[in-house]
Design a protein. Structure first.
Length: 93
């Protein structure tokens, strides 16, 4: 898996496995902008990010955790927060 290393809002975004590029829709399929082959959702489309500790892949509805023994990613279902249950707090430095 490839992730973008860049300061700002796109930091640690997952890129395409093949070329490490972003992706775009062509003929209703998600395609790599490097080689224009079809890729899975989450690759280069801004849907998946790596957590700061590098051990968790965060997606829209799924989270993947790295099993350190098998070196495989295990999917963990996330229950999205319900409307009104999210608290917005002020940043305190
Ligand atoms: Zn590619």
């Amino acid at each position: 898996m490839k992730f973008l290393q860049q300061d700002g809002m796109f930091d640690r975004q997952r890129m395409t496995d093949c070329c490490g590029r972003s992706s775009t829709y062509c003929d209703h399929a998600l395609c790599c902008k490097g080689c224009y082959r079809e890729v899975e959702h989450g690759q280069g489309d801004g849907g998946e990010y790596l957590s700061p500790d590098g051990k968790t892949l965060i997606g829209h509805n799924l989270r993947y955790e790295l099993d350190l023994d098998t070196k495989k990613w295990i999917s963990v279902e996330i229950t999205p927060p319900t409307l009104g249950s999210v608290d917005v707090v002020e940043w305190v430095s």
